[in-house]
Design a protein around this ligand. Sequence first.
Ligand SMILES: [Zn+2]
Length: 295
Amino acid sequence: MPELPEVETVRRGLEPVMAGARIARLEQRRADLRFPLPERFAARLEGRRIERLTRRAKYILAEIDSGEILTIHLGMTGRFTIKPAPNAASRQLGEFEHDAGGDPAHDHVVFHLAGGAVVTYNDARRFGYMTLIPAAEIDTHPHFKDLGIEPLGNRLDATYLAAMATGRRTDLKAFLMDQRIIAGLGNIYVCEALFRSGLDPQRISSSLAKRGLKPTDRAERLVPAIRTVLEEAIRAGGSTLRDYRKADGALGYFQHTFAVYGRERESCIRPGCNGTIRRIVQAGRSTFYCPACQR
Ligand SMILES: [Zn+2]
C-alpha cells in the first residue's frame, strides 16, 4: 500500500507533465475502479486545463479550470506511467515507458494531453479510485472532512501534539495512526518516527503533554522525527514495497531502507544500543520497535 511518501513521489513525477496542461481526450476503459468513476467523466474533463497538482493526505488533487477537483487515490496497486510529448525537451521520461505500466489490460484511465503527452493510470487490483468534487466542497467532502493536519505542513508542532494528546488513553502508535489527528501517516512511518524519537509505541499518548496542554520533550522530539522520516523517504523516491513504481515508470527505483520496519530479530542500528528489534501487533497491524532504546 503506497504511503504518503510514495504518493508525494508520484505527484512530483506527474506535476511537470500535468500541471498547466489541457486534457485533449480522456479514455475511460471501464465504468469503475474501486468505486464507479464519475458520471460523464470524460465530458467533464475534456478540453479542460489542469491548473495545479497538489496532495492532501494520500490523495493526489488535480485542480481543473472548471472549478472541480479530480481526486485520485492509488489504493494498493494504482500507478501512473507517462509517455512524454514527442517534442518534450526537458526530462527523459520516455526511456522507461516500455515496461513501466505492467499489464496493459490494467490500463483503466488514459489522459491524452494537448501537445501529445499521454498519462496512463494502471491498477491491477483496482483498489484505487477517482472522483470529481467541486473545489468549494472539498473540505466538507466525506473523503476529507475528518482529516487531521498534514505531517509536513506548518501546523504540526509539539504544541499541537500536546493539545491532541491531553487526556488521551490510547498508545502512541494508535495516536499517530489516527487520521483525524495527523493525515496520511501510515504504519511504516509511524514505526520509523517512534524509533527515531526513542519512544515506545505502547507508551500512553497523554505522556506527550504536561499540565496546561504544554508539550513534553517527548512531543518535542516526535515532531522533527515525523518530518525527517517522511522527507528522507520522499527524497529516496518512496519505498519499493510490493511492485510500486515511480510516476515516470522507472523500475525498481532504489529501495528505501528502514531503521526498524520489517527488521524483526535484527540488531538495533542506534549507536551504542545492543537491543534487538521486536515485532508486536497493535490494532491488528505490525509494530516494529527496539525495546532497549524506545522508552
Ligand atoms: Zn535500540
